[in-house]
Structures are given as C-alpha cells and as structure tokens.
Design a protein around this ligand. Structure first.
Ligand code: NDP
Length: 461
C-alpha cells in the first residue's frame, strides 16, 4: 500500500469542502484543506448570508411606512450604505472565523492558498509550491459569475461579487438576468432607494418556477416601482462620463450608474489540473460525477456547484455528508436531489417545493390545483396593497401533494416545513386532517378544501 501525506485533501473551503474536510478530520482522518480566497465560500462570504443581511436592510423603509397604520410615528429616516457594509463585513469575518475554528478543532491542516492537481494523487499549493499526496481528494471549488464575455463592455459591469463591496450606493442600476440573483438584488437595491431596472431575455422572470408565482412577483415588483424589461437583452455597454450607456435590443439606449450581470454561474474548474489527474469535465466545464459524486477517477470526488447539479448550499452540504458515508463509513449513499425546497428572497418572497403547475400538468394525466390569493392581515391596517398567494398541486390519481408554492411574507420559512410534508409523501387528505394555526397566513395551506380547478390531459377544467 502506498503511503500518502493525507487521507483526504480538499480543494475549496466552501460549504461542501469544509463540511467534508471537517467531518473526515473529526473521524480521525488526516485531512488537508486549501482555499484560495476565504473560508466559508460563496454562501458565507459573498452569497446567501450577506445577501440575506442586505434583504433585511432593504425591508425597513416599507416597515417604517407600514407602522403608521398601527399608530406609530417614525421620525425622519436615512440610510447609510457604508455603515451597512461595515456591519455586514464584521459579521462575515465572524462567520469565517467559525468555519476555520471548526476545521482547527477537528485537527485538519488549513492552507490559505489555491491548490491545483498535479496528478491523480498529488496537489500543489500555488502560494508556496508545496506538494502533498492524498489517498482521496475532494474538489469543491464552487462556481463563479458568468462574465458574459461576448458582450461588448462586459468589463464595465459588476457581478454579485462586487455588489457586496460597492463603495457607494448607485443612484440607478440595471440588472441583467431573470434568475435568483437578478430578482433578489433588484428588490434589495430598490428597497435601499436605488432606481432599479431589470432586463431579462425570456417572457417572464424566474423561468423554472410556477407561472402564478412568476406573474405575481413580477406584478408586485412593478407596483413597487421596479422597472422590468422582458424579452430584451443588452447588446452593448459603454462608458459615458460618470454613467454607463446601455444599448438594448428592444428598449433602445438607456443610461445607468451601474450595470450588474446576473446571468448564471459557471463551474470554477479552469486551471485546476483536472486533465493531469484524468478528471473529466462536460461542455460547461463542470466536473462529471456519478450518482455518488465520484469523478472519472475513482478516488477523486467532486461536490457542490463545481458539478453543476443543483447550485444550492444545503445540497453541497448534503453531498458532502453522502461522501463521508460512502468513503469513510462503508455505507454507499447517493445524494437525494428530489423535492428540494427553496426560497427566492425577493420582496415578496417565494417559497416553493416540488412541481410547478405547468410541470405537474405535463407529467400527470390529472392534477388538482388548490389556489388561494388573499390580503395578509398585516396589510389591512398598514394599507399596503399586497396579496399573498398559496398553491398546492395534487396528483389526482393518488392524491399526493406534489407541489407547494407560496408568494408572500415568510414564504421561505414555510417552504422548509412544506418540504418535510412533501418528502414524507403526504396526501391532500393529510393536509385536510391537520388543524389550522390561527391566525396565520400558513393556515390557508390546510383550509383549501376544494380544488380551484383541475387540469386533465393538459386541459384546464
Ligand atoms: P439562475 O440560473 O437562477 O439565473 C440565470 C439567469 O440568467 C436566467 O434568467 C437566465 O435566463 C439568464 N441568462 C443566462 N444566460 C444568459 C444570456 N447569455 N443572456 C441573457 N440571459 C441569460 O442563476 P443566478 O446567476 O441568478 O444564480 C446562480 C445560482 O445560484 C442559482 O441557480 C441558484 O441555484 C443559486 N442561488 C440561490 C439563491 C437562493 O437559494 N435564494 C440565491 C442566489 C443564487 P433563462 O431563465 O432564460 O435561462
């Protein structure tokens, strides 16, 4: 048996990498882990966590307004972007420290360097030139924003990476894309007082979500004052003094302080030495893995966004735990990517799990759709014109709930619990048997007794 410097070397200190490295080390494995930027990865450093802090910051102006209906008088308010950034940075530093501490406590060796593969068992740290051998290697290098390199002037645009460190808040912003990041940041910037426009190539934002939610969110965002340009794209960006001139296909020339591209994320595999190690990638550069996250080299695994399966933090963590089971607990475990609940932290928020109405209608002969649209209680006194939308999609053949979709406050929190019920295979009868929690918005989920409509062989009846 050859001897290696490490039992496991992990490349990438994000959600999947840290979890696999920390747990393996805590089991007594000799683990080395290398990260080129900051421990915590995209989610903690420049993704989910700081984004959610920005979402909170951007919600206060509506809350100040709403409080009047409940008898409050709020004095003059103002917002200090620099103060928010400093507070956010402090919190991110704290969280990064916790990630490092977890690895240290588990006795993993932590390297602050980019690591590249030299061959199938050897990694090289680019900062020091050191090389290490390892019996197993995990690649968890995540993704990077698609730079849209074909777009003339793309270098003048920012991505979500820069959005977390802007020196000052722009007066106006154009955000390109209609996915999670574009929609979330459009609401954040609008909430912070930035004149915000979103431009998206498709007919309706959030292409893979339930149609009702997509339309509902679009209308709510437009009503707030966010301008949404669908079926349009940017063809060129150029500098014009302090502003950026943007040429669009359908909307002519537009002018903004800042242009942000949120056009998806690419697997971060360039220059990693994958060819030298014999690790195969697909046309997008994603590492090809089998159902156990094993690459084309049996002792090298890849986890999280770098595999371009489902780009979500909890998925990367789950894949890491499956890797531990498979490799170190003699219990081959496939990651389960079915029925992943997810939230879009738009304003209003989206929480969803399972099939959209459209996908369910295409898959099943007959579905029942339960739909409730109502004014949330808080909006009665606040006077805010907003609607909450809830939908359950049921397969008529076995009455299983196969999709649950919410647009409105706390939709993400509800999606987590709905995720359990769908995962458990609950039927509509289980929902009907469940006592409501009153007064809540969520009680609608267990009081929609009759279908709003059915879809039989693709036809609404
Ligand atoms: P998404 O895949 O969500 O959205 C990408 C958007 O860019 C889509 O609207 C897509 O259009 C559009 N697009 C792609 N290429 C082009 C192009 N060449 N020209 C014009 N438009 C284009 O990616 P994001 O960047 O928003 O986010 C990356 C991932 O990060 C997400 O998939 C998600 O998994 C994760 N994420 C999760 C969050 C959460 O859980 N709340 C928050 C943020 C990110 P089309 O739909 O037509 O293909």
């Amino acid at each position: 048996m050859p001897t290696y410097d490490y039992d496991l070397f992990v490349i990438g200190g994000g959600s999947g990498g840290v979890r696999s490295g920390r747990v393996a080390a805590s089991m007594g494995k000799r683990v080395g882990i290398a990260e080129e930027y900051r421990y915590g990865g995209t989610c903690v450093i420049r993704g989910c966590v700081p984004k959610k802090l920005f979402v909170y910051a951007s919600q206060f102006h509506e809350q100040f307004e709403d409080s009047a209906g409940f008898g409050w008088t709020v004095g003059e308010t103002s917002f200090d972007w620099a103060k928010l950034i400093a507070a956010k940075d402090k919190e991110i530093d704290r969280l990064e420290g916790l990630y490092r501490k977890g690895l240290e406590n588990a006795k993993a060796d932590i390297f602050d360097s980019r690591a590249e593969l030299v061959d199938a068992h050897t990694v090289r740290l680019t900062r020091t030139g050191q090389t290490f051998t390892a019996e197993h290697i995990v690649i968890a290098t995540g993704g990077t924003p698609n730079p849209h390199a074909d777009l003339p002037g793309h270098e003048l645009c920012i991505s979500s990476n820069e959005a977390f460190h802007l020196e000052k808040l722009p007066k106006s912003i154009l955000i390109a894309g209609g996915g999670y990041i574009a929609v979330e940041f459009a609401n954040i910037f609008h909430g912070l007082g930035v004149e915000t426009t979103l431009i998206y190539r498709g007919k309706e934002i959030l292409s893979r979500f339930d149609g009702d939610l997509r339309r509902g969110l679009h209308n709510a965002m437009t009503a707030k004052g966010i301008r949404i340009l669908c079926q349009d794209i940017i063809t060129q960006v150029s500098r014009d003094g302090d502003t950026l001139s943007v040429e669009t296909k359908e909307s002519g020339m537009l002018s903004f302080d800042t242009v942000m591209l949120a056009l998806g994320r690419d697997p971060h595999t360039k220059g990693l030495g994958l060819e030298a190690a014999g690790v195969k990638t697909d046309a997008r550069g994603a590492i090809v893995v089998d159902e156990y996250s094993r690459t084309s080299v049996p002792h090298i695994f890849a986890l999280g966004d770098v595999t371009d399966r489902v780009q979500l933090t909890p998925v990367a963590i789950h894949e890491a735990m499956c890797f531990i089971e498979t490799v170190y607990k003699d219990n081959p475990t496939r990651p389960d990517h079915d029925l992943i609940a997810t939230a879009v932290f738009s304003q209003p928020e989206i929480g969803t799990v399972g099939l959209s109405e459209e996908a369910a209608a295409a898959k099943y002969a007959e579905i029942e759709v339960y739909r409730a649209e109502f004014r949330p209680m808080k909006a009665t006194l606040s006077g805010r014109q907003e609607k909450m939308l809830m939908k359950l999609i049921v397969n008529a053949a076995d009455r299983k709930v196969i999709g649950a979709h919410i647009l409105g406050h706390d939709a993400g929190e509800m999606a987590q619990l709905l995720g359990i019920t769908l995962k458990a295979g609950c039927t509509k009868a289980d929902f009907d048997h469940t006592m409501a929690v009153h007064p809540t918005a969520a009680e609608e989920l267990v009081t929609m007794y009759n279908p709003s409509y059915r879809i039989v062989n693709g036809e609404r009846v």
